[in-house]
Design a protein around this ligand. Structure first.
Ligand code: HPA
Length: 273
């Protein structure tokens, strides 16, 4: 078997950044090597490097040049590839529209719940057969420890941020109608995006801690009072690029080796002592 150069059996903690819209390269990492990691679900391109001595992987969710739309992202290959190289914590960026007047364009939201409105995406690694059937608990879908680190990082950097919020995942690639946004607001949604699910679910099945770094790029359809465009979303991500990088790197610095959260036992159950 060929050993991948970025297979981190020795170095813990291993951290990955999944870059969404507008976050396409592993700037700030040193000694970057690019790998194609093969998995049972397909291959994923991963860049591996270090930040202040810590091993960090970077995976671009939409591929080079934003060539893969949200409904066609191979979420299973991406998460399994990160699992395979030894990643234990994921910080995933996401551009989102806001349904909540308190969450404004330019604000960070460290999401703590989701509503799933996707259609027909592969949601699990456990399709029966040799893998069996698993009904994973999602009482706390996002890792509370990573979320806490992000909240502290945003405070330290004086960035506008919210420590929780409900993310609605739509199928895309179209934006929503104002009627849909009105409904999603009634259901308790704060933010809307197209990629957060099933990524967060698969990370939990893989027993990897996962936190979403949502950046509000716009008010959602019908609230904004004008037509939405992908250019507007990318434009805001560009403007916020430096803040996103500073936040991610501060969080990377503070992610430690000790985990007391339940993410690591999500499928296997806690180890008896
Ligand atoms: N809707 C869905 N996805 C998005 C939006 C939106 O308004 N903004 C950024 N990603």
């Amino acid at each position: 078997m060929i050993k991948l150069r970025c297979e981190w059996v020795r170095a813990v903690p291993a951290i990955a950044i999944i870059g969404g819209t507008g976050v396409y390269d592993p700037e700030l990492l040193e000694g970057v090597t690019e790998e194609t990691v093969a998995t049972d679900y397909g291959a994923a391109a991963v860049a591996c490097g270090t930040y202040r001595g810590k091993e960090v992987a970077f995976l671009s969710r939409h591929g080079a040049g934003h060539s893969v739309p949200p409904h066609l992202v191979n979420y299973r290959a991406n998460i399994m590839a990160l699992k395979k190289i030894g990643v234990r914590s994921i910080l995933a960026t996401a551009a989102v529209g806001s349904l909540n007047p308190r969450m404004k364009p330019g604000d960070f939201v460290f999401v703590d719940q989701f509503l799933d409105f996707t259609k027909g995406r592969q949601q699990t690694f456990f399709d029966g057969g040799p893998e069996g059937v698993v009904h994973v608990d999602l009482t706390e879908p996002y890792c509370p420890e990573l979320r806490e680190i992000l909240v502290r990082a945003a405070q330290a950097l004086h960035l506008p941020a919210h420590g929780g919020g409900t993310y609605v995942c739509t199928e895309g690639p179209r934006f929503e109608t104002p009627a849909e946004i009105k409904m999603l607001r009634h259901l308790g949604g704060d933010l809307v995006g197209m990629t957060g699910v099933p990524e967060v679910v698969l990370a939990r099945e893989a027993e990897i801690c996962y936190a979403a770094v949502a950046m509000v790029t716009n008010f959602a359809a019908g609230i904004a009072g004008y037509r939405l465009s992908h250019q507007e979303v990318v434009g805001m991500m560009k403007v916020q690029g430096e803040n996103i990088r500073r936040l991610l790197m501060q969080a990377v610095e503070w992610i430690g080796t000790d985990r007391t959260c339940a993410c690591q036992h999500a499928v296997s159950g806690p180890v008896e002592v």
